[in-house]
Design a protein around this ligand. Structure first.
Ligand SMILES: Cc1ncc(COP(=O)(O)O)c(C=O)c1O
Length: 343
């Protein structure tokens, strides 16, 4: 089975398991887990922020990061395909009472003018006030696209000028950093709050980090506990994340090459499905044309290739630590032959 559903399906490597088993641990709710403290310090430093909060998931880190910037009854503005809008089960509204307004985008990319047209700080008493903008880099449902640094900086200036907050969902910021060479700290400093994940391309089994000012993180620590997210000897998990920071960032290049090879294998037979030049990182989005994506995904699965149907005509394949380029080329050939035969 070649599993390209997501980069979250990776298993910890033997070296990562060893690091996890050997980690010094303590009770993190008491602030006594040295490995968690080290991961929080190190990630905050990498991203140019004062403090970090180790969280169970990217969804939790986003939930807390956005809440730091937006009060109940206010809105956060994001793009229509944003993970926070589509895939966090409405948590921002259901748990924190925020509303969310979405702007159109192409492949998830920031259109500064598009945001400028909808931001409405201090819009009361008849309209909802915008309190923050949230962007995603790389953009998952956009196809692993990288936000141009200049757009992120310009949108940040706009937010500052309007007196609103700026959150980054950086679940795959590592991929953007490796692909562009833009230092993580340069990305991080543009934002008030940033979430990053260790459990995606970096291959750790569990864990994400929220970084921000020390005062913000102190508040988020209370809210995390309120949500049942206070954990005890979490250093076992933090050790996996530290190992990933040390050993798995630069190798993301291999995932990007594998994704390009997968796309090329598909395009060779079915050019209308994907333009290989559009593949920027480890995610490939395929257009199944007149075919229902779910049908193609089911047929691929029968032939040992696991991809996700994310829309009526949209398939997604994600490369990662546990698949080789050769496997991705093979998988691309299987999907291409299916599309070619069924179309
Ligand atoms: C862009 C993005 N943000 C946030 C998340 C949420 O991460 P988690 O699954 O750890 O909650 C994901 C998950 O795939 C994601 O792709």
């Amino acid at each position: 089975m070649i599993d390209l559903r997501s980069d979250t399906v990776t298993l910890p490597t033997p070296a990562m398991r060893q690091a996890m088993a050997a980690a010094p641990v303590g009770d993190d709710v008491y602030g006594e887990d040295p490995t968690v403290l080290e991961l929080e310090r190190r990630t905050a430093e990498l991203l140019g922020h004062e403090a970090g909060l180790f969280c169970t998931s990217g969804s939790l880190a986003n939930l807390l990061g956005v809440r730091l910037l937006v009060e109940p009854g206010q809105e956060v503005v994001c793009d229509v395909g944003a993970h926070i809008a589509r895939a966090e089960m409405g948590a921002h509204a259901a748990v924190h009472g925020l509303t969310m307004r979405t702007v159109a985008s192409t492949n998830g990319l920031v259109d500064v003018d598009g945001y400028g047209a909808v931001l409405a700080p201090n819009a009361g008493p008849y309209l909802v006030s915008t309190a923050a903008v949230a962007v995603e880099n790389t953009h998952n449902f956009g196809g692993g696209t990288i936000q141009p640094y200049e757009s992120l900086a310009a949108l940040g200036e706009l937010c500052r000028a309007q007196g609103i907050g700026y959150h980054l969902d950086g679940a795959r910021l590592w991929n953007a950093h490796v692909a562009t060479g833009v230092p993580l700290i340069d990305y991080g400093r543009l934002f008030d709050t940033v979430s990053v994940c260790f459990s995606k391309g970096l291959g750790a089994p569990v864990g994400s980090m929220l970084v921000s000012s020390a005062a913000n993180i102190a508040k988020a620590r209370v809210w995390r506990k309120r949500l049942g997210g206070g954990w005890r000897q979490a250093g076992i998990l933090a050790a996996g994340a530290l190992h990933a920071l040390d050993c798995h960032i630069q190798r993301l290049r291999e995932d990007h090459q594998a994704a390009a090879a997968f796309a090329a294998a598909v395009a060779e037979q079915v050019p209308s499905a994907v333009d290989p030049a559009s593949v920027e990182t480890n995610i490939v989005v395929l257009d199944t044309g007149d075919l229902p994506a779910a049908q193609v995904a089911a047929a691929a699965l029968e032939q040992g290739v696991w991809v996700s149907a994310l829309g009526p005509r949209m398939l997604r394949a994600v490369t990662h630590l546990d698949v080789t380029t050769e496997q991705c080329v093979k998988a691309g050939g299987v999907v291409a032959t299916l599309l070619h035969t069924l179309l």
